[in-house]
Design a protein. Structure first.
Lengths: 117, 153, 93
């Protein structure tokens, strides 16, 4: 049966991933590339959480919950792990951008690619 | 270092942020939350202190030795609790049924009780310590590197 | 010329992704799953906690949390290793 929203959260996640692909292919500034990777992470996390939704469902916690079906809890656990891993990778990337700026004085990815003697 | 009004207000507000973060960590088995979320709340309070005071001032309170001990003890608590039930299976919930944290709640919706949960509250404390020490060390290192630079050729 | 080809390829990929979401995925709100029904029914007796997500993260899938704690530790060590300010003592001869 078709839901009345026509799978709108899935389409939004696909659009987020698509816009981040444009940033990763066509932009050259290093800070913009890091923002694109963050946007890619947000799209994937939204897709994971939207996979486990049940119609008219409540949060999967038994403390003072009104009766009814419950949303699936396993995709929420996977999203938690994914968010923490993305924070760790983002911290390492920002550290390397700080060091690149210290050594070459420029944040353009085409000018800091040439090895200097 | 910002003006005196900002410094005084930050000194008073850090207490409320710390209490809210500890509430989210300790009640991880009753309400939404847990170790990772409460750790992120406390780290945002530390960043507020870093902005109000300069990084050189904050380095005297949060020394490197204190942060290293906190992070290592958090990891050791997590691994120790995982190995404690090794007689049956790795990660076995050995505290269910014992009177320390192991009261089984009534089936179905109902108000929560803190003394339930098995070893989940203790693991939340270990993970919360680890996240607070790790992320505040990263933020402090980035602020110190780009402010106190003395390039000697 | 290269820019135009890149734009066309990107448009094709985004079109494939969006149309895949409209046609190939289960309707939003009716997931076909059996494993989570067992977890929702029996989590209160086996793990003795009211929060089913916390018991999934720390009890039913504890290995994933162990790997995630290792990644956090390694990333913090890597960042603190790269951002050191080493003061060199000048040796005057």
């Amino acid at each position: 049966m078709e839901s009345a929203l026509f799978n709108f959260p899935f389409v939004a996640a696909a659009l987020l991933v698509g816009i981040s692909f444009y940033i990763l292919i066509f932009k050259r500034n290093l800070i913009k590339l890091i923002m694109g990777i963050g946007m890619l992470a947000s799209g994937v996390n939204l897709f994971l959480v939207a996979l486990g939704y049940r119609a008219e469902g409540n949060a999967p916690i038994y403390t003072d919950v009104p009766g009814g079906p419950m949303v699936l809890p396993v995709p929420q656990a996977l999203t938690l792990t994914s968010i923490v891993i993305n924070v760790a990778v983002l911290a390492l990337m920002l550290t390397m951008v700080i060091l690149i700026y210290r050594h070459t004085g420029d944040v353009d990815s085409k000018k800091s690619r040439i090895l200097k003697g | 270092m910002l003006s005196k009004i900002v410094r005084t207000v930050a000194n008073q507000l850090i207490l409320f942020v710390l209490i809210f973060g500890l509430y989210v960590i300790v009640h991880g088995h009753l309400t939404p939350g847990g170790g990772f979320q409460g750790g992120a709340v406390i780290v945002s309070g530390v960043v507020m202190l870093l902005v109000a005071f300069s990084s050189q001032e904050l380095k005297k309170s949060l020394s490197e030795r204190l942060l290293s001990i906190m992070e290592s003890s958090g990891a050791l608590i997590f691994i120790g609790l995982a190995f404690a039930g090794i007689g049956i299976v790795f990660f076995y919930n050995f505290l269910v049924g014992t009177p320390i944290f192991g009261r089984v709640p009534a089936t179905g919706p109902g108000p929560g009780d803190i003394w339930t949960g098995g070893f989940i509250p203790l693991m939340n404390l270990g993970v919360g310590l680890k996240v607070v020490a790790g992320l505040s060390a990263v933020v402090l290192a980035m602020a110190l590197f780009s402010s106190g630079e003395e390039i000697e050729e | 010329m290269r820019q135009v080809i890149g734009l066309i390829v990107w448009l094709v990929v985004v079109g494939l992704l969006v149309s895949g979401m409209l046609v190939f995925i289960h309707p939003f709100g009716y997931p076909p799953s059996d494993m989570d029904d067992y977890i929702i029914e029996n989590a209160q007796e086996e793990t003795a906690s009211n929060n089913v997500v916390a018991s999934v993260v720390f009890d039913y899938r504890g290995f994933d949390t162990l790997g995630e704690a290792t990644i956090l530790f390694t990333a913090v060590t890597g960042v603190l290793l790269l951002l050191r300010t080493v003061k060199r003592k000048e040796e005057s001869s």
